[in-house]
Ligand binder design. Sequence first.
Ligand code: GDP
Ligand code: IMO
Ligand code: MG
Length: 422
Amino acid sequence: MAVDIILGLQWGDEGKGKIVDYLADRYDLVCRFQGGPNAGHTIKIKDKKFVLHTIPSGIFREHITNVIGNGVVLDPITLSKEMHILDQSGIGYKNRLLISNKAHLILPTHRYLDAATEASKGQSRIGSTLKGIGPTYMDKTGRNGLRIGDLLTPDFAQKYRNIKEKHLNLLRLYPETDFNLEEQENQFFESIEQLRQLKFINSEYYINSVIADGKQVLAEGAQGSMLDIDFGTYPFVTSSNTTSAGVCSGLGIAPNKIREVIGIAKAYCTRVGSGPFPTELHDETGDKLRTLGNEVGATTGRPRRCGWLDVPQLLYTIMLNGVTQIIITKMDVLDTFDTIQVAHAYHYDQSESIELPFDIIGKNINPVYKSFDGWNENLSDLTEYNALPDKARAYVSALEGLLNTRISMVSTGPERDKLLAK
Ligand code: GDP
Ligand code: IMO
Ligand code: MG
């Protein structure tokens, strides 16, 4: 057993990138297993900030190999931009960034379709990042997709033309959308040439051989469990399994190889895009969380919706993922709140429950809150867990009780070293 997983327990943006970057030092391999450039994982090293969309967050640790797994959907344009940023920052990565032959390619017409289908939904739109994620996974399951390994086959150009033709036919069903296909295609083919500098591998064999050699693997989740295609707030979800099950299918790892499942949760809750959010705050407190937490989408720049921590929601995702430990991020954002609220149950259909109803969209869910005293102290300069104010430790202990799961670390700032192990 040598595979640990880091994944988001809420609606994404829990701070996974920061935690993967920090813990990567303990592993030999860091692998992304699902999602694509809809992800935006922020890493702050000293005063330099990086946002990764496709490249695993272990890339800043020199001795670590990073794999983009078969479950990922990959846009060559985004990836080549990320490569450029690493090049400019003098980070050597070419011999330690490997791509699965089986990862599916996001084509320009996938993004075109994403834009057209979202626009046609009007008010009921999902709030997609418009990175082509849905259409690419549709082509994968519809058995039409193109994969990284196809780039090396002699008939790639013909395969590309066939699928593009299909997409253009589909696009005729939708109203006109502004999209410069020619320009995007030029960028796409230029970016493919950049990608050829990297190694395309049969990653399922590679990862399993690394495990067989007794080495340590970290699987990096994207999005959050509440955006999972099966268990999230459907249809306001993404198109992949963001839960721990996605590691098996997205990397070719058997379940009995999985050891720790490290769930990342913010000390409060955010969501970007549309869909249900029971503890959302539409008031000054929500605005304060957004401002202090700098809650702006790392991929789209959209403001994130904010609210209090939601225990029924977390109990659900702890159950689905088999979480063995939790890391709470952004504790410092709560430094100036006199009172901190946590929803410990929901009230709907005339009774109290901790079960998320099937019809979470249509139901009038009233969260039932518990209040905690704020600590009113600056946490970001502390260097050990025991130095936390009593009230902050009481908050963490209460959460452990409510969630029935160990909290192993608390994050107190965006920088790499702002992490207190318990
Ligand atoms: P990810 O998608 O889960 O990797 O998270 P994002 O990068 O989209 O969003 C998390 C944001 O919070 C980023 O701007 C991080 O730099 C920042 N961040 C991470 N941990 C902390 C923390 O403990 N405190 C504060 N204040 N910011 C944090
Ligand atoms: P990271 O990895 C937060 C949301 C979008 C939208 C829905 C579907 O940074 O945590 P899609 O582009 O997949 O069609 O969008 O999912 N979404 C995310 N929200 N963090 C993410 O990734 C997200 N990736 C997708 O806002 O509501
Ligand atoms: Mg993010």
